[in-house]
Design a protein around this ligand. Structure first.
Ligand SMILES: [Zn+2]
Length: 268
């Protein structure tokens, strides 16, 4: 099975010829489960690009949301299947304080910030709190862990019949319990997709903002005995050449590292 990157940028979408190669859309990944079913990880503006990959037949989407910050939901109001009565969505997320998963998703649609409330969209929608134990989605086994980020973030491990991938975006390394939960979740996985928004030089000015450096991502990969590390959530100011430099540095410490790029697909 393939996991495909449609959006790789952190915080806010960007558009510049200097950023075209890695891409400017915010976080969204997908896996096709069968002819009409898809797993979607986060609904950043990359969700628009994902729409180009799917057919027009009846469709079912299982959506794993890391959290509800705008850059991870911005694409959803503009995703056509949400307005189709024959489409179905299962949204998985973690409730936050007194807010339910439905409230977390619906916040992106509240008038006057968006004209159509989520409840008025035509697709059938289920809202599910992330279970405490692994669960099945088609051929996949999914498990999750809560990590360190403002308002919290959920990382997901996806075990396919042939491999495993962990999606850990928007996590700031350095909180012991969070680091240990990620190491347990990701132990022995084939692929770790990890936040690497900052360079070590950037980090001092962004401590507490909820993101990691490439050094943190490498440490997380080593902690969990990962085979293949993918750096993601690129800083919106980072050009393609900047990402190349950051990747070169990371590879000196963890050779099997890549930087997430819109259009990139990894077999798992
Ligand atoms: Zn965030």
């Amino acid at each position: 099975m393939e996991i495909v990157f449609h959006g790789v940028r952190g915080s806010v979408p960007v558009g510049s010829p200097l950023m075209d190669r890695y891409g400017g859309s915010t976080t969204c990944l997908s896996m096709q489960l069968d002819a009409t079913s898809h797993l979607v990880l986060d609904c950043g503006t990359g969700l628009r690009g994902f729409e180009d990959h799917i057919g027009t037949e009846a469709r079912h989407f299982t959506v794993l949301l890391s959290h509800y910050h705008w850059d991870h939901l911005m694409g959803l109001p503009f995703f056509s299947p949400l307005y189709e009565p024959e489409a179905t969505f299962d949204f998985y997320g973690s409730p936050w304080e007194s807010h339910t998963v439905e409230e977390g998703v619906a916040g992106a649609f509240e008038p006057p910030w968006f004209p159509v409330p989520l409840s008025a969209t035509a697709a059938a929608k289920n809202y599910l709190a992330v279970p405490d134990v692994p669960w099945q989605v088609g051929p996949l086994t999914i498990s999750a862990a809560r990590l360190h980020h403002p308002q919290g973030v959920t990382a997901y491990r996806i075990d396919t019949p042939t491999g495993s991938v962990v999606f850990a975006t928007d996590v700031e390394r350095g909180e012991k319990e969070s680091d240990e939960r990620l190491a347990t979740l990701a132990a022995g996985a084939d692929v770790l997709i990890h936040d690497a928004q900052y360079s070590p030089d950037d980090y001092d000015d962004h401590r507490g903002w909820g993101h990691s450096t490439w050094q943190d991502a490498v440490a997380a990969a080593k902690d969990a005995d990962i085979s293949h590390l993918v750096l993601s959530s690129h800083d919106p100011q980072r050009t393609d050449e900047d990402v190349d430099r950051l990747l070169d540095e990371a590879r000196q410490h963890f050779p099997n590292t890549d930087a997430a790029q819109v259009g990139m697909a990894i077999d798992v």
